[in-house]
Design a protein around this ligand. Structure first.
Ligand SMILES: CC(C)(COP(=O)(O)OP(=O)(O)OC[C@H]1O[C@@H](n2cnc3c(N)ncnc32)[C@H](O)[C@@H]1OP(=O)(O)O)[C@@H](O)C(=O)NCCC(=O)NCCS
Length: 156
């Protein structure tokens, strides 16, 4: 994706209004619907301030199209705690742009990018495999009973 109006900004946490707006959308999307995350819980999570947490937002004309939460340091790398492209912006290269930015940012500092993806989330699993992430192991019942999470690693 290209275009002068696109920008990626890095913030420690989201402020309450934009956290609530984005969380309201995420709560209606997979994988969060199936995993049982409420809008309130997602909103709280986006507002948590911690020295190891950063949020990356991809904006077009001030509107958030996608976002990622990164925990660093984590297991000799950086851990992608949340990664989402909002429905209206999917399949336009936004995910690719955010991930490319993260890889470039953390390659300077560390050796691995880690994430968990739900086994039922076939679209995201394919997206990460295509971008060079390797499945490391399956964690059964991690978030909810009966669902596997797959730990993935990309060497930077
Ligand atoms: C998975 C997700 C992050 C991908 O982001 P995106 O912005 O839609 O993806 P992009 O437009 O950057 O597409 C990247 C690639 O996927 C391909 N693609 C697009 N639609 C696809 C589809 N329906 N199925 C498979 N591949 C598809 C694109 O062609 C592109 O491939 P390329 O490398 O050959 O160009 C996004 O769909 C999303 O947020 N989904 C819901 C939340 C989620 O699952 N988050 C991850 C939780 S771990």
């Amino acid at each position: 994706m290209s275009g002068a109006e696109l920008e990626i900004v890095r913030v420690p946490a989201l402020e309450p209004t934009s956290a609530a707006t984005i969380a309201g959308v995420l709560a209606q999307m997979e994988p969060w619907t199936r995993l049982g995350y409420s809008a309130e819980a997602l909103s709280r999570g986006l507002q948590i301030q911690h020295p190891d947490l950063l949020r990356y937002l991809l904006l077009r004309a001030g509107e958030t199209l996608g976002l990622a939460t990164i925990r660093y340091p984590w297991l000799r790398g950086a851990y992608v705690e949340l990664f989402a492209v909002l429905p209206a912006a999917q399949n336009q290269g936004v995910g690719k742009a955010i991930l490319g930015h993260l890889e470039a940012s953390y390659r300077e500092r560390t050796g691995n990018l880690w994430l968990l993806v739900s086994a039922f989330n076939a679209r995201a699993l394919r997206f990460y495999l295509d971008r060079g992430f390797v499945p490391i192991g399956t964690l059964p019942d991690l978030v909810i009973a009966g669902e596997d999470e797959i730990l993935m690693r990309k060497r930077l």
